[in-house]
Each structure stands twice: as structure tokens, then as C-alpha cells.
Design a protein around this ligand. Structure first.
Ligand SMILES: Cc1cc2nc3c(=O)[nH]c(=O)nc-3n(C[C@H](O)[C@H](O)[C@H](O)COP(=O)(O)O)c2cc1C
Length: 322
């Protein structure tokens, strides 16, 4: 009996898959995209909303629409917020909790100056005092049944910044931490700092998720082999480019090009149908739909994608898409 028990544990270690988390991508992974992806292919443990923020004293209508419970039904969604103070943090949490959510992801990774120069995103990493105030509230809300995670990058200016706030994160009851191992000036380009990620993994006392440049099954297998103790991997652009990637990982087998293209065309048809029903202007509909192809050049080639980008009206666009 005991031998069988250990045999099962070994099988589990060998064949269990890590959870795949769909990264939030402002302008791409809205409620419609998330729902259609989940329905047609899935393979993803959970989807994060692009960050909700305070702007001009309030929250954008677009951000509120994105978390409406009725539009997110059946999809495992984690709303994300970005804040530069305890006040902003409290306001955003209240809105999310009022909408019935019990999980919130805190953005400490956004590298864009529009946010960082106001102390949001990875700008927050240089203010441990504010992080401490926010973590205090996280602890209180956790006691009331709300779960929090943190998504961060190494730092605004230096990769040491994440280490200076790590003790604060370690002493807060978070469900997990997601680390994108780059600093702000790199945005989402250049080398990922795997050594810094490893150091962080050694010191982080929470379940940890790796994020950055995972675009193929080999990439996923390389990271899970190199960091077997992770609790998951988060994919952004890799899933926009290849929506079946998480499903392929779950199945342990690559899809053929034909299968992948079939899925992409089905997803596009559904997105078109849905957006057309809510966006009356053809120009706006076209610019919304066009983004679907932004990361798909590796699958369809430069010529096709260029044609899609250059199509000046819906008719030419529909003729250009695969
Ligand atoms: C266009 C764009 C929008 C993004 N929006 C967000 C966001 O709203 N919140 C967030 O935490 N990260 C955001 N990110 C970062 C991604 O979630 C992810 O961390 C990044 O793309 C690296 O992962 P990847 O290499 O798998 O794409 C954005 C990235 C891009 C390129």
C-alpha cells in the first residue's frame, strides 16, 4: 500500500502540469476576449484583467465594464488594480469587492512613465513606506475573506528594488507573487534576468509564478525544469500569438499549424460578431478587431499581417484576414 502511495506521488511529480495564468494586457485581454478564449480553447487556470486605476478622480467606465460580473460569468477572473497610495488602493478594492470579487491582484510591475512617475506600477517599488501601508490593509482585508496576489518586476531602476520590498511581501498573507524579471527601462524587451529571478525565488516565501517571453512549449518546459518549485507560469504575448498554447501544454502535445489556424479564425469570427454588436462605428470596430493580429506574424507571415494593418475599411480588412 505504501509503495503504491509513493508511486502515485512520483507519477504526480513527473506528469502534473503547472497552472498557466493568462497575463493582463491592456488593449487586448478585455472581457470579450477572455470569455471567447475560455470558451473556445481555455487551458488557462485564470485570467487577470488589465489594471483598473483612478483617473481624474474616478474609475474609467471602460474598466468598470470589464469587471461586470454578468460578462465574466464562467471565467476564472482576477481583477487587477494599480495604485500609488493607501487611498487609491482602498477605493479600487471597494469597487472590486462591491462587484462580488474575492480576489485582487496588485500591480507593482507596470514600467510606463505615465504610471511610474506618479508612483504607480513598479514606481511603487521605490516607496516601501507606501507598500507597507497597502500591505497592512491587505492583511485586514484577508481576514475578511479577500485574497490578494502581487505582480511585480525587478525594479524601476535597479533589480535590487524587488528585494528591498520582499520582506514586506513575505510578512503579508498573499496567495502568490508573479515576477517578471526585467527592470522598467527594458519595458518588455531585452534579456530576462533569470539569475535575479532565481535569487528572488530562493527568498520569496509565497508561491511564485514566472512571467516573461514564454511563447512555445519548449519555453514552458525549460522554465518548469529550471524552476520546478514554481506554482505556475504566466503567459501574455505568447497566448495572444498562439491562443492554443496553454491547451497544448495541458495536453502535452503541439497542435498542427492547421489546428491552430482553425482556432484563430473561429476566435476572430466570434470577436467580430460580438464587437460588431456593441461598436456602431465601422472605424472603431476596425481598429478594435485589427489588434487581434498584432502578435501573429510568426504564424501568418509579414505580408498577410501588413495587409491587415493597412486595410483602410472593413471590407478590405475582411478580405485580408486569413
Ligand atoms: C500591450 C501590453 C499591455 C499590458 N498591460 C498590462 C496590465 O494591464 N497589467 C499588467 O500587470 N501587465 C500588463 N502588461 C504586462 C504583461 O502582463 C506581461 O507581464 C508582459 O507582457 C510580459 O509577459 P509576456 O512576455 O508573456 O508577454 C502589458 C504588456 C503589454 C505588452
Amino acid at each position: 500500500m505504501l509503495v503504491f502511495h509513493y508511486f502515485c506521488i512520483i507519477l504526480h511529480i513527473l506528469f502534473s502540469k503547472m497552472h498557466i495564468h493568462f497575463a493582463p494586457l491592456q488593449g487586448y485581454t478585455d472581457d470579450v476576449y477572455r470569455r471567447i478564449h475560455n470558451e473556445l480553447v481555455g487551458g488557462v487556470h485564470c485570467y487577470y484583467t488589465p489594471f483598473m486605476r483612478i483617473e481624474g478622480g474616478g474609475v474609467r467606465a471602460k474598466d468598470l465594464r470589464d469587471i461586470r460580473p454578468e460578462w465574466n460569468q464562467g471565467v476564472n477572473v482576477v481583477p487587477q488594480i494599480i495604485a500609488n497610495s493607501r487611498k487609491e488602493f482602498d477605493r479600487l478594492c471597494d469597487i472590486i469587492i462591491e462587484n462580488g470579487y474575492k480576489r485582487i491582484d496588485i500591480n507593482m510591475g507596470c514600467p510606463f512613465p505615465l504610471q511610474t512617475r506618479h508612483g504607480r506600477g513598479c514606481g511603487l517599488l521605490q516607496h516601501p513606506d507606501i507598500v507597507a501601508e497597502i500591505m497592512q490593509r491587505v492583511t485586514e482585508l484577508t481576514e475578511q475573506g479577500i485574497q490578494f496576489s502581487v505582480k511585480l518586476r525587478l525594479g524601476l531602476e535597479s533589480e535590487e528594488e524587488c528585494f528591498s520590498i520582499l520582506p514586506l511581501l513575505n510578512s503579508t498573507p498573499l496567495t502568490h507573487v508573479i515576477l517578471h524579471p526585467r527592470i522598467a527601462s527594458q519595458q518588455y524587451k531585452g534579456e530576462v534576468h533569470l539569475d535575479a529571478f532565481r535569487r528572488f525565488a530562493n527568498e520569496c516565501q509565497h508561491p511564485l509564478i514566472y512571467n516573461g517571453d514564454l511563447t512555445t512549449l519548449e519555453d514552458l518546459h525549460r522554465i518548469e525544469t529550471e524552476f520546478p518549485h514554481l506554482c505556475g507560469m504566466m503567459i501574455g504575448r505568447g497566448l495572444l500569438a498562439r491562443p492554443s498554447l496553454a491547451r497544448e501544454y495541458a495536453e502535452g502535445k503541439e497542435w498542427t499549424l492547421e489546428q491552430r489556424i482553425h482556432l484563430i479564425t473561429r476566435m476572430h469570427a466570434r470577436l467580430h460578431e460580438h464587437y460588431a454588436s456593441i461598436i456602431p462605428s465601422e472605424t472603431q470596430l476596425l481598429s478594435k478587431l485589427r489588434t487581434f493580429w498584432d502578435f501573429m506574424e510568426p504564424t501568418f507571415g509579414h505580408k498577410t499581417i501588413k495587409k491587415i494593418q493597412k486595410a483602410g475599411n472593413l471590407k478590405n480588412y475582411l478580405a485580408a484576414i486569413p
